[in-house]
Design a protein around this ligand. Structure first.
Ligand SMILES: Cc1cc2nc3c(=O)[nH]c(=O)nc-3n(C[C@H](O)[C@H](O)[C@H](O)COP(=O)(O)OP(=O)(O)OC[C@H]3O[C@@H](n4cnc5c(N)ncnc54)[C@H](O)[C@@H]3O)c2cc1C
Length: 217
């Protein structure tokens, strides 16, 4: 679900940071999807059926209020020292990446390259894939590779894209695009086990990894 929030007071953030919102006494952090130049704070949320907050968020109607802590937080932001950003994300882990890419385009930059590997069980969970597919078609500095990990299930009928868990297939793309530890920063966001596995596969090769874990695992 995409949630758009209109803050009552000015709210500043860097692309890649998260905000903390709440209702009914429960608060949780959410990466911001929108770029700082946009009018609303856009979030994308996955429903956790037995979760404390998300079922309440699913009950929200247009015009309802949520609380938002006054300061954005986090260091999952772009590092200009690297020419290439190799981004490995699961489902809503795409959120901070969209903010970074939108902001980069808004500022008319073309100094870096984004390689975005987006994984989910089902194609319907690949939120923002249309935005990224269309950017990847138009530009030579955005590469988008969506992948489903359950290609043989009915919900993925007709899927012609990449298959497999992103933590298992990403090294193939590092080789394909000739990305080296000195010119590439790896970003990993979302599922904690995906992040752990990515780190274990590349650390000894000298790559730096920036991570944003969405829950403990
Ligand atoms: C920095 C940061 C940014 C985040 N950004 C996002 C975001 O952009 N979009 C988003 O949907 N979530 C995001 N999260 C997760 C979010 O903060 C909540 O944890 C999530 O929405 C569940 O909240 P809840 O209160 O409904 O469930 P809880 O009661 O907090 O959790 C119930 C259980 O589900 C597990 N869990 C939490 N999230 C998931 C999940 N997605 N899939 C499977 N199990 C889960 C928890 O570990 C816990 O065991 C982020 C977390 C962090 C730390």
């Amino acid at each position: 679900m995409v949630l758009k929030i209109q803050p009552e007071i000015p709210f500043t953030f860097k692309p890649g940071q998260y905000c903390t919102i709440g209702i009914n006494g429960f608060e949780r952090p959410y990466s911001i999807v929108s770029s700082p130049h946009e009018d609303t704070i856009e979030l994308c949320l996955e429903l956790v059926n037995d979760g404390e907050l998300t079922p309440y968020l699913w009950g929200l109607k247009e015009g309802d209020f949520v609380s938002i802590r006054p300061r954005a937080k986090g260091v999952f932001t772009l590092d200009d020292n690297y020419k290439n950003y190799f981004m490995i994300v699961t489902v809503t882990g795409i959120a901070p990446i969209i903010s970074m890419v939108r902001n980069y385009l808004y500022n008319n930059r073309n100094s870096h390259k984004f390689y975005i590997l987006h994984g989910a069980s089902y194609k319907s969970e690949l939120i923002y894939s249309h935005e990224l597919e269309s950017l990847a078609r138009e530009r030579d500095d955005v590469f988008y590779i969506p992948s489903v990990s359950r290609p043989n299930e009915k919900n993925n009928n007709g899927w012609l894209g990449e298959k497999g868990r992103v933590n298992v297939i990403f090294e193939k793309y590092i080789r394909k695009f000739s990305l080296t530890p000195s010119n590439t920063l790896i970003y990993a966001c979302g599922h904690p086990k995906m992040i752990k596995d990515v780190k274990s596969r590349v650390h000894h090769k000298g790559y730096s990894v920036k991570e944003e874990k969405y829950w403990r695992g």
